[in-house]
Write a protein that binds this ligand. Structure first.
Ligand code: BJW
Ligand code: ZN
Length: 265
């Protein structure tokens, strides 16, 4: 039982539940409201970002550990960067593959699986490419920015699973010898239409949307909370820090995903 849970149940009548870690504080009344909304929801949607995997040890993009050799994601995650220097971009992905291969889902990923199990109409929208939601057991999900364990041929377009760590640089297609690229949505590229329509349906129909561990600056996902809110959903954010979403959501639960999300069950 996590420390925060013990505190919450022992001191449920006090105003604040102090979660393990020095800065995480979520109001027990807000926790209670979100739990009630989830319990009553006919349709539930969850949007996740890098913060949920931060608790598994995967660096976030815009945190202090978000740099690789002084490059930001915006410098490397573009079709132009790949065209200019595919070796550099693949080296970045190799570094991330090596790191992610050692990471496991945390209690927040597990709690999202349990939410899927409990709610008959459920959809998980993740911006994360690390595959940790699938590893935890999530099945009803869209990985809207792709998956680091898939590659796509720049010549013939074939998409295949690839778990090589390290991946040989430069990797080539086994069908046509074309250059492989990560099957990931880079800046300036459109998200896959099938993902967008599935997510739009979930955002339009959900009674509750949980927004977990995203800075809310990268579109189109940055607009999803507003879409759900305008369609009538109750929207709650789980994040240790304030984000652009904090102004518009119904409740902001300030805390780490691995501590707060299990409390919502
Ligand atoms: C915790 C925690 C803990 C920490 N527990 N929480 C101007 C206006 C509007 C749009 C645009 C614009 N200019 C350009 C655009 C379009 C662009 C965009 O949005 N740019 C913005 C930067 C302005 N978007 C696109 O290009 C998208 N395509 C598109 O829109 O197509 C149409 C179009 C094209 C061109 C022009 C206009 C329209 C595609 C976006 C693809 C993004 N891909 C990336 C990189 C993939 C590379 C890879 O992973 O290999 O996806 S960017 C990067 O950011 C990655 C992430 O999925 C994404 C979101 O980041 P996320 O998940 O929010 O992480 P962080 O690090 O930002 O935040 C972590 C959060 O966790 C923080 O809040 C912490 O507090 C919190 N946290 N510990 C809970 N323990
Ligand atoms: Zn090919």
């Amino acid at each position: 039982m996590p420390e925060c849970r013990a505190y919450y149940s022992m001191r449920g009548n006090v105003q604040a539940a102090r979660l393990s870690g020095s800065t995480s504080v979520a109001s027990t009344s807000d926790l209670g409201i979100v739990r009630e909304k989830i319990a009553a929801a006919r349709s539930l949607a969850v949007l996740t970002g890098a913060g949920i995997s931060a608790d598994s040890g995967v660096p976030t993009f815009r945190g202090t550990d978000g740099l690789w050799r002084n490059f930001r994601a915006e410098d490397l995650a573009t079709p132009e960067a790949f065209e200019r220097d595919p070796r550099l971009v693949w080296e970045w992905y190799n570094w991330r593959r090596e790191l992610i291969a050692t990471k496991r889902p945390n209690p927040a990923h597990a709690a999202v699986v349990e939410l899927e199990r409990r709610c008959s109409e459920f959809w998980l929208i993740t911006q994360n490419v690390d595959g940790l939601h699938r590893a935890a057991g999530s099945e009803k999900l869209s990985e809207i920015h792709g998956n680091i364990w898939k590659v796509r041929c720049t010549a013939c377009g074939v998409v295949e699973d690839n778990h090589d760590v390290p991946i040989p640089i430069l990797p080539s297609c086994r069908h046509c010898q074309g250059l492989l690229r990560p099957h990931i949505v880079w800046f300036g590229e459109s998200l896959f239409a099938s993902d967008l329509s599935r997510c739009a349906a979930a955002l339009q129909s959900c009674d509750v949307l949980l927004v977990i561990g995203t800075s809310g600056v990268v579109y189109p996902a940055a607009g999803f909370a507003s879409v759900a809110k305008e369609a009538g959903a109750f929207v709650a954010e789980i994040n240790p820090d304030a984000t652009p979403h904090s102004e518009t959501v119904d409740v902001s639960l300030r805390g780490r995903a691995k501590e707060v999300v299990p409390l919502l069950l």
